[in-house]
Design a protein around this ligand. Sequence first.
Ligand code: HPA
Length: 258
Amino acid sequence: MHAIIAGTDIYHIPDVILDPRTIETRYGSVQLYVGRGEREHLVFLPRHGPTHTAPPHRVNYRANMKALAILGVKSALAAYAVGSINPDIPPRGLVALDDLLDFTSGRVSTFFDGGASGVAHTIMSPPYCPTLRNKMLALAPAFGLEIRPRGTYVCTNGPRFETPGEIRAYAKLGADVVGMTGAQEAALARELGIHFAAVGLSINWAAGIESTIQIVQEGMDRVRAALLSLFIATLETTDSFECPCEHSVLVTHPPQTD
Ligand code: HPA
């Protein structure tokens, strides 16, 4: 099985019949979709819920990712709406993320929470699956998509946008794009041994670059549809492979059962 995880403005996949499913996990229940017919191996997870009820800091990331694992997902591609910090990635631009800065706070970012769930340290270098990422980049031109091959995503806590000063600081730290949901998914996928890669789709210039934040709508539906088709093609042609993502969890103290 493989999965597409998406957020803002992506709540279905064009031309794919999806059946709603509720998956119960020890962290909570998750509403997602499973493809029908020739797409029976595809899981679609709207990370904020089917009607976007959870803001970024309240998304139940652990339940979402655990639900994918319960369904047998081995590879996942995620789309993030982002703000552009790097002038080379303007709004409507796409970037295949290759690094991550986590500036969130108060979110649970691990399945290894001590005690009954054990202690582990997970290798996040690189944070995104290189096999999946390279395959996606190779297929992108066939879908009419130009994707910048590298970019660092900074994850802020939200739900407010950043201040101009924060964006200047993130730029100095090497961030190319900014979003509010990407940090936990990458870490939790790695803990589960799920191959995980992600694309940022810019919908605005980050704070302070223009006089105000303006969200771009025009032409975005076409980009989103092409991106989802690329995701499906990538996942279907890389369903079975081995890479270090599966061996990145260093368990130091196994779960305690008593
Ligand atoms: N900041 C944080 N998250 C975002 C932005 C932004 O400018 N645009 C889309 N998601």
